[in-house]
Design a binder for this molecule. Structure first.
Ligand SMILES: Nc1ncnc2c1ncn2[C@@H]1O[C@H](COP(=O)(O)OP(=O)(O)OP(=O)(O)O)[C@@H](O)[C@H]1O
Ligand SMILES: [Mg+2]
Length: 493
């Protein structure tokens, strides 16, 4: 006291304290396993995230391995007391798993002590801002992505008129395995990715956060495969709506309300399942009695579906995708093709050389084979669906055998096609089913190409067989009177 007055001592000790705090560079964040009685989501996110970083931390001596469901889905995590380092945007973050005992709650009856784990995150304190505002949110986002990736997808079907029943969706189709024009494929992927990122945009313009795709093309060209690829790409569930099974608009509404967020609503073969708008003649006919009129008004239509979707989905906020498929775009009600109804029209066409190469790579893991020039020349000439090519390629494990079988199939088709071309005059008279069928397939392909231009790419055009194609089309329509034919270019039906 004599040498150093208390004021001086106080000043000195506070100076020392500030010096000490300046020298400890470290800052620590504690993330405990539980928060009160509920589990701490951040803890789980950190655990999932660190599992992806453990491989790069070779210094760890002890690891934990566990599995929540199937044993082959193992989760590797840190053992208590271990430390690991993670580098994020140039900043070093040190993780340590610590445990502490807490005495049990006696009133709760469990008596004994329990162990609480927590992750401790230490870093240089100049990174405090970065840790809280960037690194931890990054971890949360990564963990969410991992969870989405692991979640198995479902496909829901309306077996009963107003109820969805789910089964596991295990369709292996992805954009990599999908055989189609690379540019077209990329434009679809880009469109999907852009859509997913646009939450704010849709909110700002006050529209439902949804996107509609119309897939059209002959059977076996990969429409259903594309839907599965989209589901796998986005990790969205599929709701496969069978509209003929829906009796009334109120059932439809119930089904739509029962859908979860981040999902795809699929209506296949819209040309044969349902009308777009209610016909006026229907109304007149049915207005004889009140009950039938009511029934007619309650009849499910595609435009009713679209209106519901707009109304319901704009209030529920999350991203949704709507996909319609058809084999005959030209039979659709023009109202559905109007701009704004469906955002993107995607044509799935016959097998091209590019598509063939993807299929060969899928089924036989090859990039080249001696038969390629022959096959590619033939594919340019004939119309063959990817499904037909896939089927032949799958027949044998022996690549040589499979590819030679494919050559045979293509040669056969070529012969068949030239026969039809030369004998097309007779074919017009003759009602021979098979021949006309292949002929009309070809004709349709060409016809498609001449259709209204859409956002999507279309395959090769050509007018030379157009006159012939209309003839053959008519023949075919006669034979397929089962299918409703409200609208065709040539006015038949
Ligand atoms: N573009 C494609 N890429 C990869 N595989 C395809 C493609 N098209 C068809 N396939 C193969 O053919 C099978 C049938 O194709 P898919 O069911 O996707 O055709 P679709 O266009 O939906 O036919 P439909 O109009 O009859 O419903 C698929 O399981 C797949 O193996
Ligand atoms: Mg299909």
């Amino acid at each position: 006291n004599e040498l150093l007055p208390s004021e001086v001592r106080d000043a000195l000790s506070s100076a020392l304290a500030s010096l000490r705090s300046r020298m400890t560079w470290q800052h620590t964040i504690v993330i405990e396993e539980t928060e009160g009685w509920s589990s701490n989501r951040v803890y789980n996110a950190v655990k999932a995230y660190l599992a992806t970083r453990i491989n790069t931390n070779i210094n760890m001596q002890r690891l934990r391995v566990s599995s929540a469901d199937e044993p082959e889905k193992m989760v590797v995590s840190m053992e208590a007391g271990e430390e690991m380092t993670d580098v994020y945007q140039g900043a070093e973050f040190k993780w340590c798993l610590v445990t502490r005992e807490v005495s049990g709650d006696l009133n709760n009856g469990d008596g004994g002590a329990r162990e609480i784990r927590s992750y401790e995150l230490s870093f240089n304190k100049r990174h405090k801002e970065k840790a809280l505002k960037e690194y931890l949110p990054f971890i949360a986002a990564t963990a969410k992505a991992i969870k989405d990736q692991e979640r198995s997808l479902s496909i829901y079907m309306n077996e009963r008129y107003d109820e969805w029943s789910p089964i596991d969706l295990q369709h292996p189709s992805t954009f990599d395995t999908l055989a189609m024009d690379q540019k077209q494929k990329q434009s679809i992927v880009d469109d999907l990715d852009r859509f997913i990122k646009r939450k704010e945009y849709y909110r700002k313009i006050g529209k439902a956060w949804k996107r509609g795709y119309l897939l059209y093309g002959p059977p076996g060209t990969g429409k259903s495969s594309l839907i599965a690829a989209i589901a796998n790409h986005l990790r969205f569930d599929i709701y496969d709506l069978e509209l003929t099974g829906v009796n009334s608009n109120s059932d439809l509404r119930r089904l739509l309300v029962g859908m979860t967020n981040r999902s795809i609503l699929v209506v296949e073969d819209i040309d044969c399942t349902i009308e777009l708008e209610q016909r006026e003649e229907d109304d007149e006919e049915d207005s004889k009695s009140n009950s039938t009129e009511k029934k007619a008004q309650d009849k499910v239509t595609l435009s009713g579906l679209l209106n519901f979707v707009d109304g319901l989905w704009s209030t529920s906020g999350e991203e949704r995708i709507l996909i319609f498929t058809t084999n005959y775009k030209e039979r659709l009600d023009p109202a559905l093709l109007r701009p704004g109804r469906m955002d993107m029209h995607i044509h799935m066409g016959y097998c091209t050389t590019e598509a063939f190469q993807i299929l060969a790579n899928n089924y036989h893991s090859i990039d080249y084979h001696v038969t390629y020039p022959e096959i590619e020349a033939l594919i340019e000439e004939v119309t063959v669906t990817p499904a037909e090519v896939a089927e032949v390629l799958m027949r044998s494990d022996d690549t040589d055998v499979a590819l030679h079988d494919l050559v045979k199939l293509l040669e056969f088709k070529k012969k068949e096609a030239t026969e039809i071309k030369t004998g097309s005059k007779q074919a017009e008279e003759k009602k021979d089913g098979d021949e006309i069928k292949t002929g009309s397939k070809q004709a349709e392909e060409k016809k498609d190409a001449n259709e209204i231009k859409t956002e999507s790419m279309e395959v090769d055009g050509g007018d030379e067989i157009k006159a012939e194609s209309v003839q053959v089309e008519e023949k075919k329509d006669d034979k397929e009177a089962v299918v409703k034919n409200e609208f065709t270019e040539n006015g038949s039906g």
